[in-house]
Design a protein. Structure first.
Length: 303
């Protein structure tokens, strides 16, 4: 196995994922549930070392480039937001304090939009990775997840973006609302029906959500169809609101496999040219791009 010369870290609210790389080739990987929400500011270094401590060679400093919630106000160190329009990655990274002499940690800043107020932290790295793989690309990038993002890209810059609470709302409704008794599994026809309803009459969303419960009680609505319809209703309402982004554009969807496919299916049904790209691959590619912004003494094997 090749010796690693840098470490990429994606620090979410719930999870931490790390990759040890030789150049741009992954040679180690690990993850834990030590996301930002589980840590105080003094706990980040220990959480990282628990995963990568055995990877670190003695007698040298291994650079770590982190994106995501490690740079939030409650994170390891606050990496200030950069204002759009701008490139997804800036010229500087924010160093994080460390006690371990074998580590040098730098955090990627997020992006902010003043009007309407919005922020990105973590997705800017996936965007940078996609643009590195697709130079000269213009269009819209959709990043579905807990907080879905729609991002307008032009001339290598993030021009504007909008965030939707769709994924978090789906989790809340399926785990903590009265609908939790009615949903389980998946049904593709139910998803397509939900998308159509959500787009056609988004102002009816709240009523249609409760109808899932009522149909379960009165008509024995299949739980798989119910869950898929719920997802479709939420995504359909999101697509209705995000229409200024995707209408007449080509859309690149970057996300986890199942969720990315759901969004791509919904967009394809609207005759939107769409492609799907793996979130992990784009994150690593973006962090690799960020290596160019390390201090010169800490740039091993930059390609």
């Amino acid at each position: 196995m090749s010796a690693l010369d840098w470490i990429a870290a994606d620090w979410g609210t719930s999870h931490l994922r790390v990759w040890g790389l030789a150049g741009d080739h992954v040679v180690q990987q690990a993850q834990s549930d030590q996301g930002m929400a589980q840590l105080g500011r003094d706990g980040f270094e220990a959480a990282l070392l628990a995963l990568v401590g055995d990877w670190l060679p003695n007698g040298q400093i291994t650079p770590v480039i982190a994106c995501g919630m490690a740079g939030s106000r409650q994170g390891w160190v606050e990496a200030p937001y950069r204002s759009v329009p701008c490139t997804p990655l800036g010229a500087t990274l924010t160093p994080a304090p460390t006690r371990e002499l074998r580590l040098s940690v730098h955090v990627v800043p997020g992006l902010k939009q003043v009007k309407p107020a919005d922020v990105i932290r973590g997705e800017e790295t996936q965007i940078a990775g996609y643009l590195a793989r697709n130079p000269g690309w213009d269009g819209v990038i959709c990043l579905p997840g807990t907080h879905s993002k729609w991002v307008h890209i032009s001339a290598g810059e993030v021009v504007s973006f909008q965030t939707f609470l769709t994924g978090e709302m789906f989790a809340l409704l399926t785990q903590h609302s009265v609908l939790r008794h009615s949903v389980a599994g998946w049904d593709s026809a139910g998803f397509a029906d939900g998308v159509a309803q959500g787009m056609e009459r988004p102002e009816r969303l709240m009523a249609r959500l409760f109808s899932i419960r009522a149909e379960g009680l009165l008509d024995g609505l299949d739980p798989a169809l119910a869950r898929a319809r719920l997802s479709g209703l939420l995504i359909g309402a999101e697509l209705a609101a995000a229409k200024p982004y995707w209408l007449g554009q080509r859309v690149a969807v970057i996300g986890a496999d199942g969720l990315a496919k759901a969004y791509a299916t919904a967009l394809a049904g609207l005759s939107v040219p769409v492609s799907i790209h793996d979130a992990t691959e784009m994150t690593i590619a973006g962090l690799n791009e960020a290596r160019a912004h390390l201090p010169p003494s800490e740039r091993p094997c930059v390609n």
